[in-house]
Design a protein around this ligand. Structure first.
Ligand SMILES: [Zn+2]
Length: 54
């Protein structure tokens, strides 16, 4: 659940979501990010939905 940057309401369903591999950290592990695009207040914004070490 993420908050709309304009009105502060919580938006639960992303219009679109996908997974993205982040940069490896010092120990060489990558963090897999789940990114979502949300629509609210006539604008769209992105948010990180989940982070997972792979
Ligand atoms: Zn809003």
């Amino acid at each position: 659940m993420v908050k709309c940057p304009k009105c502060g309401m919580e938006v639960s369903t992303p219009r679109r979501s996908w997974k993205m591999a982040g940069r490896p950290d010092r120990s060489g592990k990558r963090t897999e990010l789940t990114i979502g695009i949300f629509d609210h207040c006539g604008t769209s914004f992105r948010a990180v939905l989940a982070k997972r070490k792979t």
